[in-house]
Design a protein around this ligand. Structure first.
Ligand code: NAD
Length: 430
């Protein structure tokens, strides 16, 4: 419960808000604001999004009817640079969720020390029930509606749940058409053919695996033979599973929105990916037991990578997590009450703003390469990513040991203090 006093805008978390991502994000900020003795005006600013844009997105559907979708883009904070963050397409998108995700982007960029502020966008829709043409028209109209706040030095979107390099290509093209010239640096995570960065597609999973490797080293656990369970078999989860397998870890369970599969002797990630490409799901993969999404979190394993959506590890199942290391590939998969349980049980949790920061880090590299018009090899990108992730991990670990706090609080102490320092320097305008 938030204890910090300081005016009407300080919110105390009610029971009903326990799963509201924005209430959780604010509580996480409050937890460190007291410890950091944060400047009150900066603290108040950080609890609120800098700007929120809500748009109606009309789309001519394939059957000729018009459907109107709701879209959001939130800039949480711009103290450290232009707004940066993904756009997600999902039926459960809410303004509170997008606002929380934007706040988490602010902290993530500060933690890996790249010069961006936090943003996020979302459209309430089910892309799985939409044709590619309908998705394209929706993306292009969304971009037109958001034109006033987008730009390579204003707000640079990237892929998130159910959006990908193709989606970024449509945003880039629509933006460029509207301004009359090509502006590749308005998005990151775009296809290589139009100025994308080598290594971006795999960057979040690769960065996540780097933090797992550093954690295992710290805990003196040999990676070879380590048993890994991954919830979510999309961009982040699939890549992380493949790279862990490449390190001779054993991937014992994976899942997607349709359910999960388990094999204590290990799954062949490439074969599972091929099976999913063919059937649209991992469930039914030959030679594995079917498990539910909840059970995937609780299987006997050493490393658990939740890489799907928020609120997966709660006070209801935290007692049953068997992994020694939890690496949050997804944003917000663990609620604060579960954090405490995991910490008390001695489980080493690598928080989302650290574990999945590889994506925004290589997005930053992509943005830099685009502005320079000078592109790096995949080896260079991966090497630079490794350096950034390693430093962020060890900076966080050092604070965690020094302050005797878990890795999430340590990451927040670092990220919030860097952001607040920038805010203090800038002051309150006018
Ligand atoms: P994605 O759309 O590529 O994959 C999401 C996966 O999660 C899919 O396999 C989907 O089937 C599965 N899923 C959806 N609902 C589920 C449920 N209820 N239970 C289990 N699985 C479910 O998305 P992604 O880009 O891999 O993003 C996953 C998470 O990682 C999100 O929280 C996102 O915000 C975060 N993230 C992504 C990036 C990135 O670069 N893509 C960067 C940072 C953080």
């Amino acid at each position: 419960m938030s204890q910090l006093s300081g005016g009407n805008d300080v919110m105390v978390m009610e029971v009903g808000e326990a799963l509201n991502p924005l209430a959780i994000a604010r509580q996480q900020l409050d937890n460190v604001a007291e410890r950091l003795n944060l400047n009150q005006s900066v603290y108040k600013l950080l609890r609120h999004p800098r700007r929120t844009v809500s748009v109606s997105v009309p789309v001519v559907m394939d059957d000729g009817s018009v459907q109107v979708f709701t879209g959001y883009r939130v800039h949480h904070n711009l103290f450290r640079g232009p707004a940066k963050g993904g756009i997600r397409y999902h039926p459960d998108v809410t303004l509170d969720e997008v606002s929380a995700l934007a706040m988490w982007m602010t902290w993530k960029c500060a933690l890996v020390d790249i010069p961006f502020g936090g943003a996020k966008g979302g459209v309430v829709c089910n892309p799985k029930e939409m044709s590619l043409g309908e998705q394209e028209r929706m993306t292009r109209r969304l971009t037109s509606e958001l034109m006033i706040i987008l730009g390579p030095d204003k707000d640079i979107p990237a892929p998130d749940v159910n959006t990908n390099a193709q989606t970024m290509g449509w945003i880039l093209d629509t933006y460029s058409m509207n301004v009359g010239h090509s502006v590749p640096s308005v998005v990151t995570g775009k296809p290589l053919a139009v100025g994308g960065s080598r290594g971006r597609e795999e960057a979040t999973g690769r960065g996540c695996v780097r933090t797992v490797l550093e954690a295992l080293k710290h805990l003196e656990i040999e990676v070879e033979g380590v048993r890994v369970a991954v919830q979510g078999f999309g961009n982040v989860g699939r890549i992380a599973a493949g790279l862990m397998q490449g390190r001779r870890a054993s991937i014992v369970a994976v899942s997607d929105s349709q359910g999960g599969i388990y094999n204590p002797n290990g799954l062949d990630v490439e074969k599972v990916a091929a099976y999913k490409a063919e059937t649209g799901q991992v469930a039914g993969f030959p030679g594995a037991d079917e498990v539910t999404n909840e059970e995937v979190l609780e299987v006997d394993c050493d490393v658990l990578i939740p890489a799907a959506l928020e609120n997966q590890i709660t006070e209801r199942n935290a007692d049953r997590i068997r992994a020694s290391v939890v690496a949050e590939g997804a944003n917000g998969p663990t609620i604060p009450a579960a954090d405490e349980i995991l910490y008390d049980r001695g489980i080493f949790l690598i928080p989302d703003i650290l574990a999945n920061a590889g994506g925004v880090t290589v997005s930053y590299f992509e943005w830099v390469q685009g502005l320079m018009q000078f592109f790096w090899s995949e080896e260079e990108v991966n090497e630079k990513l490794r350096t950034v992730m390693r430093k962020a991990f060890h900076d966080t670990l050092e604070v965690s040991i020094r302050e005797k706090v878990d890795m999430r609080v340590a990451a927040y102490l670092l990220a919030v203090s860097r952001t607040a320092e920038a805010g203090k320097t800038l002051g309150v305008y006018p």
